[in-house]
Design a protein. Structure first.
Lengths: 732, 154, 427
């Protein structure tokens, strides 16, 4: 039973909210948040129109801070032709009527750009048909203005509100044949549009998963083995039951799938604090399984040993790399490393679940509700039709919430307890039970000819396997830059078995590969005595499309001209090569193509005698196609992604010891702080290609651009992250 | 143990163990969910509230230590002119991304502007570096603090 | 051989506090094992109780503690009561080799015969035998021959037995027995001399419990020094500290957290009171200016314009918990104002805590709710030095400044504390 909305109202009235709405109503002309009233008529699954003309648009995808809750309704509203001020946005639940309710891979724009516009256009067509029928005129003589259908010949008009009931009865037209607006006439798309949730955010209204409140709700914590997948042998759970506030404490037998329910002990109490206090007195004996070699030191040693031999398998081979090196004027070798990373969403994993009368109701901050619902169904043996998943606002996604382990835990505990239960993880739980960005080791060799051109490159990539197969997000594809652009190339891979689970983190693969490759390419440019911008343009060659080889991840290919474009743009905007920098200050360039976006970035950084790094400024240039749907949000996403990269490079990295993640909180894993945060200047290059996404592709170049800037500033090459573990002082 | 604490101008009675952090009293006992939990270790600032006008981390403030201090949370920060300016600037500059950290950011920013009406970048760095934003909205937080300072002057 | 001397018989009646509570010998033995904190050294986290294997650094090299479960092959299963007594009170193992004085036998020497027997019964009958071979120690060979230990013992180790001080009451004597004996408080809190020997083993000597630096922790002065010692602590304060790890003056950290987790939190109120009565009787080593609160720092921090070096860093990293007043929220979050650790002439503990944080404080299996996070990764040596110096010169605190070099040295030698709760099981 959902009483949350009532609660929202109540707390708004009790706090300072009422006062604020008077002073802080959003700027005129902005959409609002809300739910369609009972008098609103549904044109389709996305659009409901009230007699007043207010249009309620359903935002189907999970909002994790990427702005999709604004963007998709903007597409619909544009083609429906309504005034943005008349739009009200409602968050969807998980619902079979909506395809692709997932936040991941920067896919929302490419996947929804046309379909959402078609949804709006269909609605518009139906409203026109209704008006035409009422007036007895051909539909093609009618047109729309925001919120109304007009018949220019007679000067008649009818509002959408007046037409809604009749329009709803009209069959939905063939989406594929619908005329769409000429982008030149866009009124909403392309307008910098503020996020309508901000007034609620700044007044502290409950909107996140962790804020969910259900009558009679209890609070839960769940203790798992710090070695992922460890088995519970015995515990003092009986002693926990008598502790203050504790309502239930029980052992849970999970399965072997690290993405599903695992062994652990659940403690349920009247308040979360009591549950967690009681849980801290648990004494559990675990069977940790085989943890031999499961430590960071051992991984590094194994990687170094593997690098001495041949790669276990080949990823790509072009030309004859040995011959290429033989011909080269300069050959260098270098080993690069990046660490395991946790997603560290600021909102720790949590989920609220209520099982009653054979039905499971779930409120979850998830990026990917559909597999969560399936997981709950399979694990608990409930038909999926009896599961309802509500999507809450999500306090940061970054890929962590593509997995739904916390959802199945909450559901399991709620079913055992028979009351609504909110499960909240501690930060330590969160950091120690993540699906980690896999660490990686790259053993590079590169050769440049006498003209300073890159002619041969090899990489022995040492990565991780899980249960014999390559670990999730730990692979590298055959198109990894600069493959397809140089003659002699050899990429091979070897694997180290890993116990900890891995998974995608914002710009998966690219966030590590970009650092290693772009740093080594910079190293090669300097070896060749070339300016890195010129060196890059040389590798890219003339503008052309390089198609992807057939394979599971075949995409639209790589366009060298688009990459040249952003490199030239960022060089121009940053004053590359033109600015005289003081001693200890340097600029670094990096560029990377991921998630269909082309990005080049320049970082300027200063390193003082004690080795302290100040990132002075970041310039970002991107090409995400012909249309930026919400330029305000686009700038924010690009800034956030670039700074995420900077923060990751500076302060984040996990150590594994005896199969456990050592770090647990923000005193050891250091996200970027205000003090370290530079200004970020973002420029977009508009090209004729279809619009693509932005949550991820601005991230990968930031890390190597910073590492390359540090080299420019100090002459010290950064081959391992994070930077906090490096001594960059003058005496080092 | 019974405690009566003053929250947002109202006396609230709660019955909890004295070591319970103010954060959980606010969130789970008083249903003021604007104050967020991020780390429980004074490292993220998501739980920042004001105690007699000073920003404190509610996750590290045992209820037993609150006494007669005045607690102000995000739900009531708009009752002061400075708080209103901060909220208005936040909306104007579209500061949040996921928004989870923002209550804490606003509480710290309001405390800063209350005693330093025209903060320098250095002041902002010092006052705001205890508040993490995982989405890295720092450029806009900085700009919004300056904007709020402007609003306070006019 | 155990001889019940007249003194010990008299003592036995003094010791009836514990004895009366103990139903049988093994329960009493278990209590004594708690008081002696045997588990702290003879177990490793996650390992079997009393199976040894803990590596301990000493000035001559690393030694590993031994298996003291009653396993006949690898433990002490073949020990007779006499063997056990010789090891416990004289530091001589069953095979005749001399134990390194990391084993606090010079303190245990004080133990009464009855208690030795009870402890023996406990280890032989209540502790499950564990077959776990002892690790070799890596003491360099030129230092390895153990015969010099016999000489060491002759020079420094007190002879067995406890002589009650007739000038004090039974409670004080009980406290003395626990502090000087089983509690082996002096092992950390008494300065050591040229041969790593504790300079003193009893109340009569002003060096006893006068504070010492061990492994980059400054174990506090436990005497009545009004600033750097326990001079302002009441008996109730001392009892609260030993029972829970904190009181209104301070919180435990470093190895004292483990002492509380595994030993003192299990002691009876009577025994804690006896310890407190004894400690408050130890005169100060020197006259000190008593600490007086000075509100100037708080005023400056409140205005947001404190400009002393380190003040802004303090405001950014520390103030949210320890507050502008430095008074924090005791007993949960310790004050910095007037805290003996902050006032300590030796800043090692303060630096160590800022760099490495503290492990969760556990009392009788219940962990503390508030923990000091580590700042090792967030602050440079210079910044730590500035913050620590600021703390030592604020709110009326008057302790010397700290340099970045001191911080650098401690950073290099120390490891961050764990945030995990690691129970050491006794059974
Ligand atoms: S939750 Fe209190 S500082 Fe992070
Ligand atoms: S807006 Fe997401 S953490 Fe700050």
């Amino acid at each position: 039973m959902l009483r949350r909305r009532n609660f929202l109202k109540a707390s708004l009235a009790a706090g300072g909210g009422l006062l604020l709405t008077a002073t802080l109503r959003g700027p005129a002309g902005a959409a609002t948040l809300g739910t369609a009233g009972p008098d609103a008529v549904a044109l389709n699954a996305y659009v409901r129109i009230a007699p007043s003309g207010q249009v309620t648009i359903t935002a189907k995808n999970p909002e994790i801070g990427q702005g999709v809750k604004m963007m998709l309704p903007m597409l619909i509203a544009e083609e429906l032709d309504v005034a943005w001020a008349d739009v009200q946005i409602e968050q969807a639940d998980l619902d079979a009527r909506y395809p692709g309710q997932v936040a991941g891979g920067s896919t929302a724009t490419p996947l929804n750009w046309l379909p959402m516009r078609q949804v709006g256009a269909a609605g518009r067509q139906m409203l026109i048909a209704a008006a035409a029928a009422q007036w007895g005129v051909p539909a093609h003589d009618c047109a729309t203005e925001p919120g109304k259908v007009v018949h220019p010949a007679s000067g008649r008009s009818l509002t959408y509100g007046a037409l809604a009931s009749q329009a709803a009865a009209i069959p939905v037209p063939d989406l594929a044949k619908l005329p769409l607006k000429d982008p030149k006439s866009f009124r909403i798309i392309g307008q910098p549009t503020r996020n309508i949730d901000v007034p609620r955010i700044v007044t502290g209204q409950p909107m996140f998963g962790i804020d969910v409140s259900v009558p009679g709700m209890l609070y839960a914590v769940f203790q798992k083995c710090d070695v992922h997948g460890g088995k519970l042998v015995s515990s003092n759970v009986a002693a926990i039951r008598g502790l203050p506030g504790v309502r239930a404490a029980f052992e849970v037998k999970g399965g072997a799938d690290l993405r599903g329910l695992l062994d652990g002990v659940a403690v349920v109490a009247d308040s979360w604090w009591e549950a967690n206090r009681a849980r801290q007195q648990l004494d559990i004996i675990w069977d940790e399984g085989d943890i031999t070699g499961q430590s960071s030191e051992s991984f590094a040693a194994t990687a170094a040993r593997l690098a001495k031999g041949k790669p276990e398998s080949s990823i790509r081979r072009d030309g004859d790399v040995a011959a290429g090196f033989a011909k080269a004027a300069h050959v260098i070798e270098a080993a690069y490393h990046y660490p395991f990373l946790s997603h560290i969403n600021l909102e720790p994993q949590n989920c609220t679940a209520h099982y009653a009368d054979g039905r499971m109701e779930i409120w979850a901050p998830t990026q990917n509700p559909a597999p969560g619902s399936k997981l709950v169904a399979a694990t608990l043996g409930i038909p999926e039709s009896a599961i309802k998943v509500h999507m809450t606002r999500v306090g940061g996604g970054f890929g962590r919430r593509l997995s739904n382990d916390y959802m199945v835990e909450a559901a399991w505990i709620a079913k055992v307890v028979g009351a609504p239960v909110k499960l909240v993880w501690t930060r330590e739980d969160d950091m120690r039970h993540d699906f980690y960005r896999p660490a990686g080791y790259h053993f590079f060799k590169g050769g440049v000819d006498a003209n300073g051109r890159l002619i041969a490159l090899s990489d022995h990539f040492v990565t991780f396997s899980q249960d014999g197969a390559i670990a999730a997000s730990a692979d590298m594809g055959p198109t990894e830059f600069p493959a397809r652009m140089i003659d002699h190339l050899d990429y091979g891979v070897s694997m180290i078995p890993l116990r900890a689970p891995t998974g995608p983190l914002r710009a998966p693969r690219s966030n590590g590969l970009g650092f290693a490759f772009q740093s080594f390419l910079d190293e090669l440019a300097h070896t060749a005595g070339r300016d890195p911008v010129q060196f890059a343009l040389d590798i890219l060659g003339p503008p052309r499309l390089l198609p992807d080889p057939p394979g599971p991840r075949v995409g639209p290919g790589f366009h060298t001209g688009r990459m040249r474009g952003v490199i030239e743009l960022v060089a121009e905007k940053s004053g590359w090569g033109k600015t005289k920098l003081p001693k200890g200050t340097g600029m670094g360039l990096a560029y990377y193509f991921s998630h269909l976006g082309y990005f080049a970035e320049v970082v300027q950084a200063t390193v003082d005698a004690e080795g302290a790094i100040v990132v002075d400024k970041v310039w970002v240039a991107g090409d995400i196609g012909s249309q930026i749907i919400n330029p305000l949000n686009a700038e924010h996403q690009a800034q956030g992604a670039a700074l995420d990269g900077i923060g990751t490079a500076l302060g984040q990295g996990l150590h594994v010891r005896d199969g456990k993640i050592v770090q647990g909180n923000f005193d050891t894993v250091l996200p970027l702080r205000m003090r370290q945060s530079p200004p970020v200047e973002v420029h977009f290059r508009v090209t004729e290609f279809p619009p693509t996404g932005l949550g991820e592709p601005a991230l990968p170049p930031a890390l190597p651009a910073l590492a390359n800037a540090i080299f420019a500033a100090t002459g010290k090459r950064i081959r391992s992250l994070p930077l906090k573990d490096q001594d960059l002082s003058a005496t080092a | 143990m019974q405690y009566v604490i003053e929250v947002n101008g109202t006396a609230r009675r709660v019955d909890v163990d004295g070591e319970t952090p103010l954060l959980w009293v606010l969130r789970d006992k008083l249903d003021l969910k604007g104050t967020k939990f991020g780390c429980g270790a004074a490292q993220c600032g998501a739980c920042t509230v004001h105690m007699d006008g000073q920003p404190i981390r509610a996750c590290q403030t045992p209820i037993a230590s609150v006494g007669t201090a005045r607690i102000t949370t995000i739900e009531a920060i708009g009752q002061t002119p400075v708080g209103q300016h901060v909220q208005a600037a936040w909306i104007e500059l579209d500061v949040p991304q996921c928004g989870y950290c923002q209550a804490g950011q606003i509480m710290s920013a309001t405390a800063l502007l209350t005693h330093t009406p025209a903060p320098t970048d250095h002041d902002i760095n010092d006052a705001m570096s205890g508040n993490l934003c995982r989405c890295a909205t720092y450029t806009r937080i900085r700009a919004a603090i300056k904007r709020a300072a402007d609003l306070g002057r006019t | 051989m155990i001889r019940l001397s007249l003194v010990a018989t008299v003592l036995a009646s003094l010791l009836s506090v514990a004895a009366a509570r103990a139903e049988d010998a093994t329960a009493r033995g278990e209590y004594l094992a708690r008081a002696g904190d045997c588990v702290a050294c003879h177990s490793v986290p996650g390992g079997k109780a009393f199976a040894g294997g803990l590596k301990m650094a000493t000035p001559v090299g690393t030694i590993a503690t031994t298996n003291i479960t009653p396993d006949p092959e690898t433990g002490i299963g073949r020990y007779t009561l006499d063997d056990f007594d010789r090891a416990l009170r004289r530091g001589v193992a069953r095979d005749g080799h001399h134990l390194y004085p990391a084993m606090p036998y010079p303190s245990y020497a004080v133990m009464a015969d009855d208690d030795v027997r009870a402890l023996y019964d406990y280890f032989m009958h209540a502790v499950p035998p564990v077959r776990q071979a002892n690790l070799p120690s890596d003491i360099p060979s030129h230092l390895s021959p153990r015969w010099p230990l016999a000489v060491w013992n002759a020079l420094f180790a007190p002879s067995p037995g406890f002589t009650p001080n007739p000038g004090h009451d039974a409670r004080w004597n009980r406290g003395a027995y626990l502090v000087e004996g089983l509690g082996h408080c002096g092992a950390c809190h008494t300065p050591r001399g040229w041969a790593w020997q504790e300079k003193s083993f009893g109340a009569g000597d002003p060096a006893f419990l006068a504070g010492a630096n061990l492994d980059d922790w400054s174990a506090s002065n436990l005497r009545r020094n009004v600033a750097t010692g326990l001079g302002t602590w009441s008996e109730a304060d001392i009892i609260a500290f030993l029972k829970t790890g904190h009181n209104t003056h301070a919180s435990a950290y470093g190895s004292m957290s483990e002492v509380i987790a595994n030993s003192t939190s299990y002691l009876t109120d009577d025994d804690l009171a006896a310890i407190a009565a004894y400690l408050v009787s130890l005169p100060a080593t020197q006259a000190e200016t008593p600490w007086r609160y000075d509100p100037a720092t708080a005023t400056a921090l409140q205005s947001g314009h404190a400009d002393a070096p380190g003040a802004r860093l303090y405001a950014g990293s520390c103030q949210a918990c320890h507050r502008e007043t430095g008074a924090a929220a005791p007993p949960y979050v310790p004050p910095l104002a007037g805290n003996p650790t902050v006032l300590d002439a030796d800043p090692a503990s303060l630096i160590n805590v800022v760099l490495n944080g503290t492990a969760p404080l556990v009392a009788k299996g219940r962990p503390d709710a508030y923990r000091m996070p580590q700042f090792r990764a967030q602050l440079t040596n210079r910044q730590v030095a500035e913050i620590v110096t600021f703390m030592r010169a604020s709110w009326g605190n008057q302790a010397p400044a700290v340099t970045a070099d001191e911080v650098a040295a401690i950073r290099k030698r120390t490891e961050p504390s764990t945030d995990r709760i690691v129970p050491l099981r006794m059974r």
